[in-house]
Design a protein around this ligand. Structure first.
Ligand SMILES: NC(=O)c1ccc[n+]([C@@H]2O[C@H](COP(=O)([O-])OP(=O)(O)OC[C@H]3O[C@@H](n4cnc5c(N)ncnc54)[C@H](OP(=O)(O)O)[C@@H]3O)[C@@H](O)[C@H]2O)c1
Length: 308
């Protein structure tokens, strides 16, 4: 890693508890390097309840900003001076910049996925969206899709009340939007599929390490032939839902593009730097390297734990 510390070095932190020591910070530093910035990102463990003291220290140290993981993504919101509206609505901020002593917060999950869908060439404007899942990433993704002109959104979730909450939020910002919440049953999946132009899989189903997957994927066979299926999951590279859609010749994308584009959006947010399209490959390689490092580290820690 190229780090040139001098009086001009811009200091940023990755905060959370626990912290993934091998991952986010490594990725951010590689991004700074690719953009030739004199900046460094360091991991800081900040425990729940410690945010106010941490923020005070950042202001004293002249820190440029920080990136956030659990458990602070919602706790940070009341401590910010400005929060991007969708991030406030869906209660999730994962990046903060400090300008003239003021904290400006944003969540970039939704933007990351929508940028990836745009990169794939899928036309979002006027599209009918079927969202699967109503967890933390669903609302921000749906809102960004509506911002780009999606004409209707159906959200299916195991817990319907969470899907309903998202549709209520969406209608606040997009009063003419057709937004529907339903339970994620096979019957509903099959009845919604023929109408969907874009499916965004936002549940943890099929994720490596998560127990559970879609039991019946016949709804994928009912999607229109020019539909696109996007999955937030990047490990495995092809979830069962993506594999089935791909076998049908549908346009598919996994969560890697979402991750890469969040890093691009993060660079724009903190530094005003636009990483061009040529960055996509380098960004993906960096992310893959960091993820492999994380896996190796987890395996080492597991082995250590087992031998105790
Ligand atoms: N690519 C990226 O950059 C990126 C970024 C963030 C997250 N992610 C991935 O996105 C996924 C969701 O993350 P999140 O933060 O939104 O998680 P979350 O808030 O915990 O939501 C999980 C979602 O999965 C559903 N779900 C979980 N187990 C289920 C089961 N057995 N049957 C049916 N539904 C089930 C939940 O339904 P209920 O509401 O009914 O519990 C909920 O809709 C994760 O796989 C995460 O790794 C990717």
């Amino acid at each position: 890693m190229r780090v040139k510390y001098d009086v001009d070095t811009q200091l940023l932190f990755q905060i959370g508890d626990p912290l993934d020591h091998a991952c986010a910070c490594t990725i951010h530093n590689r991004m700074y390097e690719l953009a030739n910035l004199n900046a460094v990102n360091l991991n800081v463990v900040v425990k729940k309840g410690e945010l106010p003291a941490f923020i005070q220290s950042c202001k004293q140290l002249g820190v440029k900003g920080f990136d956030i993981t659990m458990p602070h993504k919602s706790d940070i919101i009341p401590l910010c001076d400005e929060v991007e509206p969708f991030s406030r609505e869906f209660n999730c901020v994962n990046h903060v910049k400090i300008r003239d002593g003021k904290l400006i917060g944003v969540g970039l999950d939704g933007l990351g996925m929508v940028m990836a869908i745009e990169d794939s060439g899928f036309p979002i404007y006027g599209s009918k969206v079927l969202m699967l899942g109503a967890g933390a990433v669903s609302g921000p993704i749906a809102a960004e899709l509506c911002q780009r002109g999606a004409s209707s959104v159906v959200i299916l979730n195991r817990t319907v009340s969470k899907a309903e909450k998202i549709t209520i939020s969406l209608k606040k910002y997009f009063p003419t939007l057709q937004a529907t919440a339903m339970s994620m049953t096979l019957e509903n999946l099959c009845s919604c599929a023929p109408e969907a132009d874009l499916v965004v899989q936002c549940t943890s189903l099929g994720m490596s390490g998560h127990q559970g997957d879609y039991e019946d994927l016949t709804f994928i066979d009912l999607l229109p032939k020019d539909a696109c299926v996007a999955d937030v999951i990047f490990n495995p590279e092809r979830t069962s839902i993506l594999a089935r859609a791909e076998a049908r010749g549908l346009r598919v994308l996994n969560g890697m593009g979402m991750l890469v584009n969040q890093e691009k959006a993060m660079m724009k947010f903190h530094f005003g730097v636009d990483l061009g399209p040529e960055f996509a490959l380098e960004g993906e390689e960096t992310l893959l390297m960091a993820l492999v490092m994380r896996q190796l580290r987890t395996r080492r820690l597991t082995r250590k734990g087992a031998s105790k």
